[in-house]
Design a protein around this ligand. Structure first.
Ligand code: MN
Length: 329
Protein backbone atom coordinates (compact mmCIF):
# COMPACT_ATOMS: atom_id res chain seq x y z
CA UNK A 1 0.00 0.00 0.00
CA UNK A 2 1.44 3.34 -0.96
CA UNK A 3 0.90 6.15 1.48
CA UNK A 4 0.75 9.89 1.11
CA UNK A 5 3.42 11.29 3.43
CA UNK A 6 2.32 14.92 2.94
CA UNK A 7 1.04 15.23 6.56
CA UNK A 8 4.52 14.38 7.86
CA UNK A 9 6.13 16.78 5.37
CA UNK A 10 3.70 19.52 6.44
CA UNK A 11 4.53 18.97 10.10
CA UNK A 12 8.24 19.23 9.29
CA UNK A 13 7.65 22.41 7.29
CA UNK A 14 5.65 24.01 10.11
CA UNK A 15 7.36 23.05 13.39
CA UNK A 16 10.83 22.88 14.91
CA UNK A 17 10.57 21.11 18.26
CA UNK A 18 9.35 17.51 18.09
CA UNK A 19 8.53 14.84 20.63
CA UNK A 20 8.50 11.18 19.65
CA UNK A 21 6.88 8.48 21.74
CA UNK A 22 5.68 4.90 21.49
CA UNK A 23 3.88 2.26 23.54
CA UNK A 24 4.29 0.86 27.04
CA UNK A 25 6.81 -1.97 27.37
CA UNK A 26 8.50 -0.92 24.13
CA UNK A 27 9.70 -3.67 21.81
CA UNK A 28 12.21 -3.66 18.97
CA UNK A 29 9.71 -2.14 16.56
CA UNK A 30 8.77 0.69 18.93
CA UNK A 31 12.35 1.62 19.81
CA UNK A 32 13.84 0.97 16.37
CA UNK A 33 11.13 3.07 14.71
CA UNK A 34 11.87 5.88 17.15
CA UNK A 35 15.55 5.77 16.23
CA UNK A 36 14.61 5.93 12.54
CA UNK A 37 12.16 8.80 13.04
CA UNK A 38 14.69 10.65 15.21
CA UNK A 39 17.24 10.48 12.38
CA UNK A 40 14.66 11.56 9.83
CA UNK A 41 13.65 14.64 11.82
CA UNK A 42 17.27 15.48 12.69
CA UNK A 43 18.03 15.41 8.95
CA UNK A 44 15.68 18.38 8.61
CA UNK A 45 17.49 20.15 11.46
CA UNK A 46 14.71 19.62 13.99
CA UNK A 47 15.09 19.67 17.76
CA UNK A 48 13.91 16.16 18.66
CA UNK A 49 13.32 14.42 21.94
CA UNK A 50 12.14 10.86 22.56
CA UNK A 51 10.21 10.12 25.76
CA UNK A 52 8.85 6.69 26.59
CA UNK A 53 6.51 5.65 29.37
CA UNK A 54 8.56 2.52 30.16
CA UNK A 55 12.28 2.06 30.68
CA UNK A 56 14.28 0.75 27.73
CA UNK A 57 14.78 -3.01 28.11
CA UNK A 58 18.51 -3.75 28.52
CA UNK A 59 18.64 -5.91 25.38
CA UNK A 60 18.01 -2.77 23.30
CA UNK A 61 20.78 -0.70 24.89
CA UNK A 62 22.79 -0.85 21.64
CA UNK A 63 20.18 1.44 20.04
CA UNK A 64 21.14 4.12 22.56
CA UNK A 65 24.75 3.37 23.49
CA UNK A 66 25.37 6.53 25.54
CA UNK A 67 21.89 6.63 27.06
CA UNK A 68 21.08 10.02 25.58
CA UNK A 69 18.27 9.11 23.18
CA UNK A 70 15.45 7.44 25.12
CA UNK A 71 14.18 9.51 28.04
CA UNK A 72 11.97 7.90 30.65
CA UNK A 73 8.74 9.84 31.08
CA UNK A 74 7.95 10.39 34.74
CA UNK A 75 11.49 10.03 36.06
CA UNK A 76 14.05 11.48 33.65
CA UNK A 77 11.64 13.88 31.99
CA UNK A 78 8.58 15.46 33.57
CA UNK A 79 5.64 16.86 31.60
CA UNK A 80 6.95 20.37 32.38
CA UNK A 81 10.25 19.53 30.62
CA UNK A 82 8.24 18.82 27.47
CA UNK A 83 6.24 22.06 27.54
CA UNK A 84 8.31 23.48 24.65
CA UNK A 85 7.46 20.59 22.29
CA UNK A 86 5.38 21.78 19.33
CA UNK A 87 4.48 18.53 17.57
CA UNK A 88 4.08 14.95 18.71
CA UNK A 89 4.89 11.86 16.64
CA UNK A 90 3.39 8.65 18.04
CA UNK A 91 4.81 5.41 16.67
CA UNK A 92 3.59 1.80 16.64
CA UNK A 93 0.35 2.33 18.56
CA UNK A 94 -3.16 3.70 18.09
CA UNK A 95 -4.84 3.12 21.43
CA UNK A 96 -5.01 5.08 24.67
CA UNK A 97 -4.27 1.97 26.70
CA UNK A 98 -0.94 1.51 24.96
CA UNK A 99 0.16 4.96 26.09
CA UNK A 100 -0.01 3.94 29.76
CA UNK A 101 0.84 6.77 32.13
CA UNK A 102 1.53 9.09 29.18
CA UNK A 103 -2.09 9.05 28.04
CA UNK A 104 -3.02 12.12 30.10
CA UNK A 105 -0.05 14.05 28.75
CA UNK A 106 -0.96 13.14 25.16
CA UNK A 107 -4.61 14.07 25.75
CA UNK A 108 -3.55 17.53 26.88
CA UNK A 109 -0.79 18.02 24.33
CA UNK A 110 -1.69 21.32 22.65
CA UNK A 111 0.13 20.82 19.34
CA UNK A 112 -0.60 18.52 16.41
CA UNK A 113 -0.24 14.76 16.86
CA UNK A 114 0.75 12.39 14.11
CA UNK A 115 0.34 8.63 14.46
CA UNK A 116 2.39 6.30 12.25
CA UNK A 117 1.22 2.76 12.90
CA UNK A 118 0.37 -0.69 11.58
CA UNK A 119 -2.00 -2.01 14.28
CA UNK A 120 -5.57 -2.97 13.44
CA UNK A 121 -7.15 -1.66 16.61
CA UNK A 122 -7.69 2.07 16.79
CA UNK A 123 -8.91 4.66 19.27
CA UNK A 124 -9.46 8.29 18.40
CA UNK A 125 -6.23 9.85 19.63
CA UNK A 126 -7.17 13.20 18.11
CA UNK A 127 -4.35 12.66 15.65
CA UNK A 128 -3.56 12.57 11.97
CA UNK A 129 -3.19 8.89 11.14
CA UNK A 130 -0.64 7.54 8.72
CA UNK A 131 -1.60 3.93 9.04
CA UNK A 132 -1.05 0.78 7.02
CA UNK A 133 -2.28 -2.39 8.70
CA UNK A 134 -0.68 -4.49 5.95
CA UNK A 135 2.80 -3.26 6.93
CA UNK A 136 4.84 -5.88 8.78
CA UNK A 137 6.32 -3.30 11.16
CA UNK A 138 6.07 0.35 12.05
CA UNK A 139 9.76 0.44 11.08
CA UNK A 140 8.74 -0.38 7.51
CA UNK A 141 6.56 2.73 7.48
CA UNK A 142 9.35 4.91 8.87
CA UNK A 143 11.69 3.53 6.20
CA UNK A 144 9.08 4.35 3.54
CA UNK A 145 8.73 7.84 5.00
CA UNK A 146 12.50 8.36 4.81
CA UNK A 147 12.50 7.21 1.19
CA UNK A 148 9.48 9.35 0.30
CA UNK A 149 11.01 12.43 1.89
CA UNK A 150 14.40 11.64 0.29
CA UNK A 151 16.18 11.38 3.63
CA UNK A 152 19.46 9.45 3.42
CA UNK A 153 19.37 6.54 5.88
CA UNK A 154 22.34 6.80 8.25
CA UNK A 155 23.91 3.67 9.79
CA UNK A 156 22.21 4.54 13.10
CA UNK A 157 18.81 4.84 11.44
CA UNK A 158 19.45 1.63 9.51
CA UNK A 159 20.32 -0.20 12.74
CA UNK A 160 17.08 0.98 14.36
CA UNK A 161 14.89 0.21 11.38
CA UNK A 162 16.39 -3.22 10.76
CA UNK A 163 15.84 -4.02 14.45
CA UNK A 164 12.23 -2.85 14.11
CA UNK A 165 11.46 -4.90 11.02
CA UNK A 166 13.38 -8.01 12.11
CA UNK A 167 11.72 -8.13 15.53
CA UNK A 168 8.15 -7.60 14.29
CA UNK A 169 8.56 -10.31 11.63
CA UNK A 170 10.10 -12.78 14.10
CA UNK A 171 13.41 -12.27 12.33
CA UNK A 172 11.84 -12.62 8.86
CA UNK A 173 9.94 -15.85 9.67
CA UNK A 174 6.33 -14.70 10.13
CA UNK A 175 3.85 -14.77 7.22
CA UNK A 176 4.01 -10.96 7.23
CA UNK A 177 7.48 -11.29 5.65
CA UNK A 178 7.19 -10.37 1.97
CA UNK A 179 9.76 -9.97 -0.75
CA UNK A 180 9.57 -6.21 -0.10
CA UNK A 181 10.46 -6.87 3.54
CA UNK A 182 13.70 -8.52 2.47
CA UNK A 183 14.41 -5.83 -0.12
CA UNK A 184 13.93 -3.18 2.57
CA UNK A 185 16.21 -5.14 4.89
CA UNK A 186 18.81 -5.40 2.13
CA UNK A 187 18.70 -1.63 1.68
CA UNK A 188 19.18 -1.19 5.43
CA UNK A 189 22.20 -3.51 5.42
CA UNK A 190 23.58 -1.45 2.56
CA UNK A 191 22.99 1.70 4.63
CA UNK A 192 25.12 0.31 7.42
CA UNK A 193 22.99 -2.00 9.57
CA UNK A 194 25.25 -4.87 10.69
CA UNK A 195 22.69 -7.68 10.67
CA UNK A 196 25.03 -10.22 12.33
CA UNK A 197 25.91 -7.83 15.17
CA UNK A 198 22.27 -6.90 15.70
CA UNK A 199 21.25 -10.57 15.92
CA UNK A 200 24.02 -11.32 18.39
CA UNK A 201 23.18 -8.27 20.53
CA UNK A 202 19.51 -9.27 20.66
CA UNK A 203 19.66 -13.03 21.03
CA UNK A 204 23.06 -13.97 22.38
CA UNK A 205 23.20 -11.76 25.44
CA UNK A 206 20.59 -13.58 27.51
CA UNK A 207 20.80 -13.14 31.24
CA UNK A 208 20.73 -16.19 33.46
CA UNK A 209 17.41 -14.89 34.75
CA UNK A 210 15.87 -14.87 31.28
CA UNK A 211 17.05 -18.39 30.46
CA UNK A 212 15.76 -19.68 33.79
CA UNK A 213 12.46 -17.87 33.11
CA UNK A 214 12.25 -19.66 29.76
CA UNK A 215 12.56 -22.91 31.69
CA UNK A 216 9.79 -21.93 34.12
CA UNK A 217 7.55 -20.86 31.26
CA UNK A 218 8.06 -24.13 29.39
CA UNK A 219 7.51 -26.11 32.59
CA UNK A 220 4.13 -24.40 33.03
CA UNK A 221 2.95 -25.17 29.47
CA UNK A 222 -0.43 -26.89 29.18
CA UNK A 223 -2.77 -27.71 26.33
CA UNK A 224 -6.51 -27.52 25.89
CA UNK A 225 -9.14 -28.35 23.26
CA UNK A 226 -7.36 -31.50 22.05
CA UNK A 227 -4.02 -29.74 21.76
CA UNK A 228 -5.28 -26.85 19.63
CA UNK A 229 -4.68 -24.35 22.43
CA UNK A 230 -1.47 -24.07 24.44
CA UNK A 231 -0.96 -21.76 27.37
CA UNK A 232 1.75 -20.92 29.85
CA UNK A 233 1.96 -18.74 32.93
CA UNK A 234 4.55 -16.48 34.50
CA UNK A 235 3.89 -15.75 38.16
CA UNK A 236 5.42 -13.22 40.53
CA UNK A 237 7.16 -16.13 42.27
CA UNK A 238 8.76 -17.08 38.93
CA UNK A 239 10.31 -13.61 38.77
CA UNK A 240 11.57 -13.88 42.35
CA UNK A 241 12.95 -17.38 41.86
CA UNK A 242 14.69 -16.74 38.53
CA UNK A 243 15.81 -13.14 39.01
CA UNK A 244 14.28 -12.29 35.60
CA UNK A 245 12.91 -8.81 34.93
CA UNK A 246 9.62 -8.12 33.08
CA UNK A 247 11.28 -7.40 29.67
CA UNK A 248 12.83 -10.88 29.90
CA UNK A 249 9.41 -12.32 29.06
CA UNK A 250 9.46 -10.78 25.56
CA UNK A 251 8.87 -13.46 22.88
CA UNK A 252 8.30 -16.26 25.43
CA UNK A 253 4.74 -16.56 24.11
CA UNK A 254 6.23 -17.84 20.85
CA UNK A 255 7.01 -21.16 22.54
CA UNK A 256 3.28 -21.82 22.90
CA UNK A 257 2.63 -21.81 19.16
CA UNK A 258 5.80 -23.77 18.43
CA UNK A 259 4.07 -26.87 19.77
CA UNK A 260 2.85 -29.21 17.03
CA UNK A 261 -0.88 -28.90 16.34
CA UNK A 262 -1.38 -25.68 18.30
CA UNK A 263 -3.48 -22.99 16.65
CA UNK A 264 -3.69 -20.50 19.51
CA UNK A 265 -1.02 -19.84 22.12
CA UNK A 266 -1.47 -17.79 25.28
CA UNK A 267 0.96 -16.44 27.84
CA UNK A 268 -0.35 -15.05 31.13
CA UNK A 269 2.09 -12.82 33.00
CA UNK A 270 1.30 -11.66 36.53
CA UNK A 271 1.99 -7.94 36.83
CA UNK A 272 3.70 -6.30 39.76
CA UNK A 273 0.88 -3.77 40.11
CA UNK A 274 -1.67 -6.60 40.03
CA UNK A 275 -3.58 -8.00 37.10
CA UNK A 276 -2.40 -9.96 34.11
CA UNK A 277 -0.63 -9.15 30.89
CA UNK A 278 -1.98 -11.53 28.28
CA UNK A 279 -0.11 -12.27 25.04
CA UNK A 280 -1.88 -14.13 22.25
CA UNK A 281 -0.38 -15.75 19.16
CA UNK A 282 -2.05 -17.80 16.44
CA UNK A 283 -1.30 -20.00 13.48
CA UNK A 284 -3.67 -20.92 10.65
CA UNK A 285 -5.71 -17.75 10.63
CA UNK A 286 -7.31 -17.45 14.06
CA UNK A 287 -7.90 -13.73 14.67
CA UNK A 288 -6.00 -12.78 17.83
CA UNK A 289 -6.89 -9.10 17.64
CA UNK A 290 -10.62 -9.89 18.00
CA UNK A 291 -9.96 -12.04 21.03
CA UNK A 292 -7.75 -9.35 22.58
CA UNK A 293 -10.48 -6.76 21.93
CA UNK A 294 -12.87 -8.78 24.13
CA UNK A 295 -10.49 -8.04 26.98
CA UNK A 296 -9.84 -4.40 26.16
CA UNK A 297 -6.66 -5.06 24.21
CA UNK A 298 -5.69 -5.15 20.56
CA UNK A 299 -3.00 -5.89 18.05
CA UNK A 300 -2.72 -7.90 14.88
CA UNK A 301 -4.39 -10.98 13.44
CA UNK A 302 -1.53 -13.33 14.38
CA UNK A 303 -0.26 -11.49 17.46
CA UNK A 304 -2.09 -9.43 20.03
CA UNK A 305 -2.30 -8.67 23.70
CA UNK A 306 -4.39 -7.29 26.52
CA UNK A 307 -4.10 -6.29 30.15
CA UNK A 308 -6.64 -7.79 32.54
CA UNK A 309 -7.30 -6.46 36.02
CA UNK A 310 -8.16 -9.90 37.44
CA UNK A 311 -5.86 -12.24 39.35
CA UNK A 312 -4.43 -15.18 37.41
CA UNK A 313 -6.88 -17.66 38.93
CA UNK A 314 -9.83 -15.71 37.44
CA UNK A 315 -8.23 -14.46 34.24
CA UNK A 316 -6.99 -17.83 33.02
CA UNK A 317 -10.30 -19.73 32.95
CA UNK A 318 -12.13 -16.67 31.60
CA UNK A 319 -9.72 -16.25 28.68
CA UNK A 320 -9.57 -19.98 27.98
CA UNK A 321 -13.36 -20.12 27.80
CA UNK A 322 -13.37 -17.22 25.35
CA UNK A 323 -10.75 -18.88 23.15
CA UNK A 324 -12.61 -22.20 23.15
CA UNK A 325 -15.82 -20.39 22.28
CA UNK A 326 -14.16 -18.48 19.43
CA UNK A 327 -12.52 -21.60 18.03
CA UNK A 328 -15.66 -23.69 18.16
CA UNK A 329 -17.76 -21.09 16.38
MN1 MN B 1 4.96 -3.02 15.65
Amino acid sequence: MSMDWTPLQNLINSYDRFLITSHVRPDGDALGSEVGMYGLLRHFGKDVCIANVSQTPPRYDYLDPDGSLFEHFGTKVQPSDLADRQALVILDLSSWGQLGDMAAFVREFPGPRLVIDHHVSQDDLGAIYLKDTTAEACGTLVLRAANALKVPVSPKMATGLLTAIAMDTGWFRHPSTKSETLRGAADLVESGAAIDDIYRLLFERNTLGRLKMMGETLASLQTDLDGRIAYATVTREDFDRTGAIPPDTEDLVDFTVSLRGVEVGLLFIEQKRGGIKLSIRSRDGFDCSQLAAQFGGGGHRAASGATLPDPLSDALPRVLAAVRHAMQN
